[in-house]
Design a protein around this ligand. Structure first.
Ligand code: NAG
Ligand code: NAG
Length: 379
């Protein structure tokens, strides 16, 4: 468009030059007026383009915000079906972005009798994968297999659920061109047994009088075991691409000098997987990361099952919490909180500590003492 205008301006200029000389009140000296006109027109056109782009961007942003409002991922559900058995656990769930409660990540918590199912999904590169997985866990039909895993170990059911989420996200990615990825941590508390399955760097922490214990192992490239798995699968690991692609000689030099000098990266920066450059080594979705023939970022869930007799709380939260709080710090917050707002207290504590990320948490309070166990449920 600007090119065209210039051509028009040029034409104007030529015409100006070839115009017959005016007699007395000669117009301004030949040449400069048409150029000024062209310049003004060009500037105006540029301005119009900038304003239009701004408006389009604003509209797209508004649409994105609206679509993220549509599907509220903050779901606190009853187990569904029979209500003859009151739920054994008090639960809370909360998600926020910046200062506001937000619908960016997804979290679900549902109780039925002695079984509580909870999940946190932390979106990356877009919220759609997280929302799809949250909606699947919120769907009574899909959750049923987890709620029904009453005989102890629910980890096979959780692994199967997470595998089905990967299939569902991948189908949407192919159909609608999604690139969105998400972490997932799903827990099933069944009486005195806790099963957890996870993909990515959201964590599950069990709190008891003896302290707080992290049950998950972050699937990130700073985790040596994961870095090794990535390299074995043909991926590269480094704090930046330069480090990831460094030769043996450079690596040796970096050991002697420092990463600052050798790679121009701070030693404290997190490790990333290349190609792609993300810190996660496992995620649901993220199709572009997985299209390579050697595919270091995978969706394989890890699971754990532990006894929780005597424990007081189970916390599920995304890295927005763990960036600024360790397990003990999080435990301090939830132990002092009311059961119905422990998750919000935890998210706000992380925000106050300076977390800049999206913050999502679910807290399940366990009936830790026999007295509490027989306490009637106030719903
Ligand atoms: C919060 O989540 C949204 C959706 O997943 C993402 O686009 C955004 O970048 C996140 N914000 C931060 C600070 O991570
Ligand atoms: C990566 O995982 C390790 C091992 O679980 C953990 O200690 C570390 O804090 C994580 N780093 C980041 C940047 O998330």
């Amino acid at each position: 468009m600007i090119k065209n205008l210039k051509r028009v301006g040029g034409a104007l200029a030529r015409r100006g030059r070839s115009a017959p000389a005016a007699p007395v009140e000669a117009p301004p000296p030949a040449g400069w007026f048409p150029w000024l006109l062209a310049f003004a027109a060009g500037t105006l056109a540029g301005l119009v383009v900038v304003v239009a782009a701004g408006l389009l961007f604003k509209r797209a942003k508004k649409e994105r915000e609206e679509s993220s409002r549509e599907a509220p991922p903050q779901q606190k559900l009853r187990g569904g079906g029979s209500s003859e058995e009151p739920p054994a656990h008090k639960t809370s769930a909360f998600g926020m972005q910046g200062k506001r409660a937000a619908m960016e990540d997804a979290h679900v918590v549902a109780s039925k009798g002695p079984v509580t199912v909870a999940g946190v999904f932390d979106g990356c590169g877009g919220a759609r994968a997280a929302k799809l997985c949250g909606a699947r866990l919120a769907s009574e039909k899909l959750r049923q297999a987890l709620l029904d895993s009453r005989a102890g170990d629910a980890s096979p059911a959780i692994a199967a659920f997470l595998a089905s989420c990967e299939t569902a996200v991948d189908a949407e990615a192919r159909r609608a061109g999604w690139v969105d990825a998400t972490t997932a941590v799903v827990a099933v508390v069944n009486g005195d047994t806790l099963s957890v399955g996870w993909v990515g760097d959201s964590r599950c922490v069990v709190v008891s009088g003896a302290g707080a214990r992290v049950l998950t192992r972050d699937h990130n490239a700073s985790n040596p075991a994961e870095a090794q798995r990535v390299r074995a699968a043909g991926g590269l690991v480094g704090r930046n691409e330069k480090e990831a692609k460094a030769s043996k000689a450079t690596k040796l030099a970096a050991k002697v000098l420092s990463p600052n000098i050798a790679y121009r990266t701070h030693p404290k920066n997190p490790m990333r997987v290349y190609p792609g450059g993300i810190t996660l080594t496992r995620a649901l979705g993220g199709r572009p990361l997985k299209m390579k023939s050697s595919c270091p970022v995978v969706a394989d869930a890890e699971t754990a099952t532990v006894p929780v007799a005597g424990a007081t709380h189970v916390i599920l939260a995304c890295d927005g919490v763990w960036d600024v709080l360790d397990a003990a710090g999080a435990a301090d917050v939830v132990v002092g909180a009311r059961p119905d707002d422990a998750a919000e207290r935890l998210a706000r504590a992380a925000f106050e500590k300076g977390s800049t990320d999206n913050i999502t948490a679910v807290v399940v309070e366990l009936p830790s003492t026999p007295a509490a166990r027989s306490e009637p449920e106030a719903e």
